[in-house]
Design a protein. Structure first.
Ligand SMILES: Nc1ncnc2c1ncn2[C@@H]1O[C@H](COP(=O)(O)OP(=O)(O)OP(=O)(O)O)[C@@H](O)[C@H]1O
Length: 830
């Protein structure tokens, strides 16, 4: 036995040695390439001194290309080289641009029959797979980029359909050192030789080793162990919409991020800087942010939380579920449309309001002041707002007076109302209607003043009209009137105005129930009068809708275009600058956010509300899409309404659907109780199959009187059992409490509200009171849990990679084994 082990070890050592030689060769070649790139940079700098425009442009383009290249080459990858495939000869002898043979199918005579009647074959080609492609000086491939077509067999080959692959090897390395190799033999029936010697096979279970690794607070890439069904999604052509379904832990997020890297590789010119990944929470953004840099794609993809998609806005608070349900609903589109128009009558903000009052002097013919207007109470159509804190009912003046042709001309409330209705009949954004409003005011004044009747000669009339318009409209007082009567509205101001219950009540009449409007209004009070107060993620979608309805006062400008941009048409230039720029704050990045992307990836798509689909849809009007999600994890209660909004955002583009079926996160022992909750939440929906098992069943405990003490004890216990992270998931309204309970336990443990747990994973998870998380049996609502609540609980139960503890309180009605009512095995009961 010992002798056999020694043989295995010596084969392993020899194979590790062989891979080490290859890796050394790769690094030598990389050093040469770095040297070349540096030379190109220097050369370019010298060329700059020539100074002709052509030479400068050429220099810039060269600096750009060399810099980009150098940047990549210099990236410190943890494992630059991670895979290898040994292949049979292909059907034809053609090679692709990376130097590898292109044929997927083996040649007809690849497998022959030996003298003993057994099939045998010879390895015709060996490819190493890594994070970047590297060619040797003679253009033979030293490393194939994992995204290149030639690398696909590394991910796709299965024993049932091996293609040309005989042996697939995962190479574990750190920096420049190879640590281990794990082989899969895909044609075990063959005797295979490589360079005349029998092909050795070492170990098994590269995937299991990857899955069993302790988790940190940052997601890792899965580049060395992407599975065939995942690879098909990652490499799906970018045309149209790619929809990816699959249960918890099937790798949807991982696949989405690898797909972004793949698309960049496929068509860098099209996608650089233009891929948006939308995540539900900032926590998930922080968790996944490191994956693309580890794939060599830093700075080229924008990963944003739903609450950070609007310039200068950042969601920091949660709405309670009732309020969220209304704010996320498509009904809000109509409410906001009315509000955007009604806001023209809002009282002006304090400082501006005083100015307006000052300008409303009674002297119609004062020096330089032909015009005046009166601020007056009383509303015009649409519904008049009520100023808060006893403010005036309306901010808009209801009379305009000018002196023209020596006499006073006035437009009264009715005339102004008619003009406003005529303008608002259009579909343009409200702020952009202002020029038309101005035009119609001047028309009406001209008419009232009898301007048309004074001139019979059309030419003279036109000239006089021009002078009239110029005289009147260049007066400060006319502009002041216009500012008050058709003020420039900002989304924040309109949203803040919606905190007025009566005003919102009018804007939402026959759209929202009065109680719904009241709840929304109350939640908006936190914005304050100026609208600068804290926002919820749902408020951000409302703000964006208002941007669209109002015609936003210009968004912050995009960066100045570099002349080279136009010269070469390379968008990537800015991306390169991004990489080299010092790290910018999230707010700064948000301020520079572009609003139209070439590809939009939506993670946890099941959670987007209709208003959020509109928000995201506006960022991908001309984009192709990848949409990943799992309806069984949805925390949005009205799936049909969301589906409609999703269809609208994705338009008529054709869709391609994929489903991932294997759960890589949860061991079978944890997936089992989770599946019971799934059966309650969505009867008939199948849970994905767990790929591994730990032999450790979940622990069920009961809290007793000291809930905080019990939570702390159970968390400590999990910390002792796992090497990596521990997540403690509680009902949303217990978050602050939970943080206190866990104080001082170190940064391996985190307290999370149930909605914050979305997409995340921890080695150990403590789920505190399933009933509270699912909203079951609350003292004021003793009924059963809603399907939405159960889905939220399902998410919480599927976060663990190693250990799960479920802690019950009284509301959970635990059985004598501590198993809460919602997780009980009902299969025997039927
Ligand atoms: N092929 C793979 N090799 C190694 N690890 C994998 C593979 N596929 C997925 N994983 C791991 O499984 C875990 C779950 O993946 P991921 O978070 O992408 O799943 P998900 O489908 O988005 O889950 P959820 O729906 O619960 O958010 C991650 O730790 C991921 O790295």
């Amino acid at each position: 036995m010992a002798a056999q082990d020694a043989t295995v070890d010596s084969v392993r050592d020899r194979e590790i040695g062989a891979e080490q030689n290859h890796l050394d060769q790769v690094y030598r070649r990389l050093a040469e390439k770095i040297h070349e790139a540096e030379f190109l940079m220097d050369d370019a700098a010298r060329r700059g001194q020539v100074g002709t425009p052509g030479a400068l442009a050429e220099r810039d383009a060269q600096v750009f290309r060399a810099g980009l290249h150098l940047n990549r080459l210099n990236s410190e990858f943890e494992d630059f080289l991670f895979g290898r495939v040994d292949l049979l000869p292909g059907k034809d002898g053609e090679r692709g641009p990376d130097g590898a043979y292109t044929s997927v199918e083996p040649a007809d005579d690849a497998v022959r029959t030996g003298p003993d009647g057994a099939p045998y074959a010879e390895i015709a080609e060996t490819l190493h797979i890594g994070r970047l492609g590297v060619l040797d000086a003679d253009y033979s491939p030293l490393v194939i980029d994992w995204r290149a077509p030639a690398a696909a067999p590394f991910y796709r080959a299965t024993p049932v359909d091996p293609g040309r692959v005989v042996r697939r090897r995962v190479i574990r390395s750190k920096g420049r050192q190879v640590l281990g190799v794990e082989d899969d033999l895909l044609r075990p029936e063959l005797t295979v030789t490589l360079d005349g010697a029998e092909l050795p096979v070492v170990g098994d279970g590269a995937l299991m080793a990857a899955l069993g690794r302790a988790r940190s607070h940052a997601m890792r890439d899965i580049v060395s162990s992407i599975q065939a069904e995942q690879d098909r999604v990652i490499r799906a052509p970018a045309a149209s919409v790619t929809e990816v379904g699959g249960g918890p832990g099937t790798g949807k997020t991982a696949v989405a991020l690898h797909r972004a890297a793949y698309l960049l590789y496929q068509d860098r010119r099209r996608y650089a800087g233009g891929i948006l990944v939308v995540s539900p929470t900032p926590l998930l953004v922080a968790y996944t942010e490191g994956v693309l840099p580890s794939l060599g794609e830093e700075g080229q993809v924008a990963i944003r939380a739903l609450g950070s998609l609007v310039d200068g806005a950042e969601a920091t608070v949660y709405d309670d579920p009732e309020v969220a349900r209304v704010k996320g609903s498509a009904r809000m589109v109509k409410v906001l449309r009315r509000a955007a128009r009604a806001a023209l009558d809002l009282p002006r903000p304090a400082a501006a309001g005083q100015e307006a009052a000052g300008a409303a002097g009674p002297d119609p013919a004062g020096p330089g002041g032909q015009l005046t207007f009166d601020d007056a109470a009383g509303g015009t159509e649409p519904p008049a707002p009520h100023g808060r804190a006893g403010g005036p009912a309306s901010g808009a003046p209801d009379r305009l007076r000018v002196v023209a042709f020596g006499s006073r001309v006035e437009l009264d409330a009715e005339a102004l109302r008619r003009i406003r209705s005529a303008v608002l009949g259009g579909t343009a954004p409200v702020n952009l209607m202002r020029p038309r409003a101005r035009r119609l005011l001047l028309d009406a004044l001209w008419e009232r003043a009898g301007g048309g009747r004074r001139y019979t000669d059309p030419e003279l009339a036109a000239e006089a009209r021009g002078a009239f318009d110029e005289d009147i409209s260049t007066e400060d007082d006319f502009t002041d009137f216009l500012d008050a009567w058709w003020p420039e509205l900002t989304p924040r101001r309109v949203l803040a105005a919606m905190a007025d219950e009566r005003w919102l009540g009018r804007c939402s009449r026959r759209i929202l129930q009065p109680a719904e409007a009241r709840r929304v209004a109350r939640s908006l009070r936190r914005l304050g009068a100026d609208g600068r107060g804290p926002l919820s993620v749902h408020d951000v979608a409302l703000l964006d809708e208002l941007y669209a309805l109002l015609g936003a006062p210009a968004r912050p400008k995009k960066r100045e275009a570099d002349p080279l941009d136009q010269l070469t048409g390379l968008e990537e230039l800015t991306t390169w600058a991004d990489r080299n720029a010092p790290r910018r704050s999230r707010a700064e990045r948000a301020a520079e956010e572009r609003t139209d992307y070439a590809h939009v990836i939506v993670d946890e798509a099941q959670d987007l509300t209709p208003m959020q689909w509109r928000l995201v849809g506006r960022r991908g009007r001309h984009a192709t899409w990848t949409v990943v999600g799992d309806p069984a994890q949805s925390s949005w209660p009205a799936p049909e309404e969301a589906a409609e909004a999703r269809d609208e955002a994705l338009g008529r583009r054709p869709r391609r659907q994929f489903t991932l079926t294997v759960n890589y996160r949860n061991p079978a022992e944890i997936a089992k109780p989770a599946a019971r909750v799934l059966a309650l939440a969505m009867p008939g929906m199948e849970a994905p199959e767990a790929v591994r098992s730990t032999g450790v069943e979940p622990r069920f405990a009961v809290a007793g009187a000291d809930a905080g003490g019990a939570v702390r004890r159970e968390a400590e216990r999990l910390l002792g059992e796992v090497d990596g992270t521990v997540g403690v998931v509680v009902a949303m309204d217990r978050r602050a409490e939970a943080r206190r309970w866990l104080a001082g336990l170190g940064d391996r443990v985190v307290a999370l509200g149930s909605l914050e747990a979305k997409g995340l994973e921890y080695d150990g998870v403590l789920v505190v009171s399933p009933a509270e998380i699912a909203g079951k049996g609350a003292p004021d609502d003793p009924g059963g849990a809603s399907p939405t609540g159960l889905r939220v609980l399902y998410v919480a139960l599927t976060r663990a990679t190693q250990r799960l503890t479920v802690l019950s309180g009284e509301r959970d009605r635990p059985d004598p084994d501590g198993v809460p009512d919602l997780l009980r095995d009902r299969s025997q009961e039927a």
